[in-house]
Write a protein that binds this ligand. Structure first.
Ligand SMILES: C[S@@+](CC[C@H](N)C(=O)[O-])C[C@H]1O[C@@H](n2cnc3c(N)ncnc32)[C@H](O)[C@@H]1O
Length: 364
């Protein structure tokens, strides 16, 4: 699978679809709504001519992108402006699903704003990688992206399966046995990707334009001790057990590395500062329970078996197409059952959370 064109979330409306398993990502939108609101309120008065251009990068196919759209509409309710939304994702995304849902979304928004002012809004889909230019120069006021920027544009060069150099054997991400040279490859690619992303968006934003970016990160400065490492480590363990059962070839596991990277806030701000293109208006890290249905703040997992199943479903909805193209569809049910068991065992010992970074940037 090519990460710059074919990558996408699990399609359809079935049990393992992204649509039915994106509560984790939805919670992040609610957590960051004040940051979005503030950016919109600041941008409205400076918009000339009188229409705002807003983009959701990596919109996927669920209702989450519409939650973002309605947050923006609500935030601009005092301003007599029109707004053009562009919903962006890779060409492999099911844009038709979004387009089919648009009419019912518009009706819902109209009902919500009955009696109040509803700014005229227009929605368009925009396929393409956000690691390429997507818009004409200085034509966008606000970029938003949620749960996307931890995905890399490609695999770190020397980890490429075609190179047949299995530098990270038995792992699928950075783990305790991952050589430092491989960690460096991941870090270099993260820095390159983020720098490129900033340069591209800088070109496309109007002067003073803003970005609200939310993505998975790392609380611990130690690159071996991130929450993503833990989560992917349990996934690698599950694939290893399929290798032992003869369901997956060991070489297939050795050749697989996830194109993700969870940076610390310091790593991110270092790249932004180095770029000299944006002011950092706001940056914070918040935590979110692995189990999307666990909204409790405490340190105890009430039902670790159920939480294991919930985590496995949410990860499957994101990873399924990627795993299907590498390992084949026939092993997926067994793999994610094993994963649910491994996550449950882990959560019994320790309640674990994602670290999510949200930052608000303003173009210089
Ligand atoms: C976990 S989903 C998040 C979707 C949505 N923002 C939400 O909050 O539910 C991540 C999305 O990022 C998209 N994505 C990953 N890399 C991308 C890229 N280079 N350009 C555009 N979209 C990308 C994926 O296709 C996927 O739809």
């Amino acid at each position: 699978m090519k990460t710059d064109t074919d990558f996408h979330m699990a399609k359809g409306e079935g049990e393992s679809s992204y649509i039915n398993n994106s509560r984790l990502q939805r919670k992040a939108l609610f957590e960051t709504r004040q940051v979005i609101k503030k950016a919109v309120r600041e941008l409205c008065p400076i918009v000339l001519p009188r229409n705002l251009v807003v983009v959701d990068l990596g919109c996927s196919l669920g209702e989450n992108t519409f939650i973002f759209v309605s947050e923006v509409i609500n935030a601009m309710s005092d301003h007599p402006l029109e707004v053009q939304f562009f919903l962006n994702d890779l060409p492999g995304n099911d844009f038709n699903y979004i387009f089919r849902s648009l009419e019912s979304f518009k009706k819902m928004v109209a009902v919500e704003h009955k009696g109040g002012t509803l700014p005229p809004f227009y929605v368009a889909g925009l396929p393409g990688s956000y690691y390429t230019r997507l818009f004409p120069s200085q034509s966008v006021h606000l970029f938003h992206s949620s749960y996307c920027l931890h995905w890399r544009s490609q695999l770190p060069g020397e980890l490429d399966v075609n190179a047949k150099t299995y530098l990270n054997k038995g792992n699928i991400y950075i783990a305790n046995t991952t050589p430092l040279s491989v960690v460096k490859l991941y870090q270099q690619l993260f820095q390159m990707d983020l720098l490129l992303f900033l340069k591209l968006r800088y070109e496309e934003l109007v002067f003073g334009g803003q970005m609200v970016l939310t993505f998975l990160g790392r609380k611990n400065e130690d690159v071996y001790k991130g929450d993503l490492n833990h989560l992917c480590g349990l996934l690698a363990l599950s694939i290893q057990s399929l290798v032992q059962k003869g369901l997956v070839q060991e070489e297939k596991l050795n050749a697989f590395n996830l194109p993700v990277y969870g940076p610390s806030i310091d790593e991110v701000t270092a790249v932004v500062r180095k770029s000299e293109l944006f002011h950092i208006r706001f940056a914070k890290l918040f935590e979110s329970n692995w189990d999307p249905y666990d909204d409790s703040r405490g340190h105890v997992v009430q039902d670790s078996l159920q939480s294991g199943v919930n985590v496995a479903k949410s990860i499957r909805a994101v990873m399924e197409p990627l795993f299907m193209s590498h390992f084949g569809g026939s092993v997926l049910d067994e793999l994610f059952k094993e994963y649910a068991r491994n996550v449950a065992k882990h959560l019994q010992k320790e309640k674990t959370k994602y670290s999510v970074i949200v930052m608000s940037l303003q173009r210089r």
